[in-house]
Design a protein around this ligand. Sequence first.
Ligand SMILES: *[C@@H]1O[C@H](CO)[C@@H](O)[C@H](O)[C@H]1NC(C)=O
Ligand SMILES: *[C@@H]1O[C@H](CO)[C@@H](O)[C@H](O)[C@H]1NC(C)=O
Ligand SMILES: *[C@@H]1O[C@H](CO)[C@@H](O)[C@H](O)[C@H]1NC(C)=O
Length: 183
Amino acid sequence: MRTTWLLTALGASAFAVASPVNVERAVSDSPFSLYAYGTGLSGLRLFTSGNATYVGNYELVGDDQAAPVIFTKQDDDTLTGSPDTSVTSTASWSNITFYVPSPSSSKHAVGFAKSVGDVPEIVTEFIFYGAWIATIDTTGTLQTLWYVTPTETDGIYSLKWNATGDSTEGKITIALRTTAPAS
Ligand SMILES: *[C@@H]1O[C@H](CO)[C@@H](O)[C@H](O)[C@H]1NC(C)=O
Ligand SMILES: *[C@@H]1O[C@H](CO)[C@@H](O)[C@H](O)[C@H]1NC(C)=O
Ligand SMILES: *[C@@H]1O[C@H](CO)[C@@H](O)[C@H](O)[C@H]1NC(C)=O
């Protein structure tokens, strides 16, 4: 599947894809975190309690399973996540696979799964364009459809994908990047 996508991508736009593939190698070398940037969001870190994804300060949710995610890129371009044990050691999930809804899905939830076979209509392969994380569709076009919606907790947002058809109030389009905010 991955090979087919890449060949299609190269055929459709060799120039556009040549550089992200190179950069992708650099990203894959070491574990990384993801941060949301957008209007009013100056680099909020991605966290989870093992399934749904959020950005913001995980400490505000009061759940001992909540932890910022350290991602590792696998050889098949999937991303597995584990808790950042340098900040919290109470979460019991680990090595879970990151996904977004597939183009044929009308869902918006971004999440993690223990076994991706358990979740229908998802995409689990990601590509990096510099520090930006995207998917690549069958025509070789990079897709970055990340957005967030507010939660009941101030400063914490649900991370979602493809706002088409989502009428939730307060949606904010974001870029999801591997670059931490300057402190
Ligand atoms: C994961 O989260 C989704 C969306 O919030 C939910 O529909 C699903 O039931 C959850 N799965 C598990 C295993 O908790
Ligand atoms: C993590 O998950 C990946 C993909 O599911 C698997 O290939 C890898 O062996 C797992 N690593 C560990 C340390 O369990
Ligand atoms: C976005 O969602 C719409 C409506 O569900 C769907 O038709 C479209 O294929 C989706 N696009 C992508 C790139 O996922």
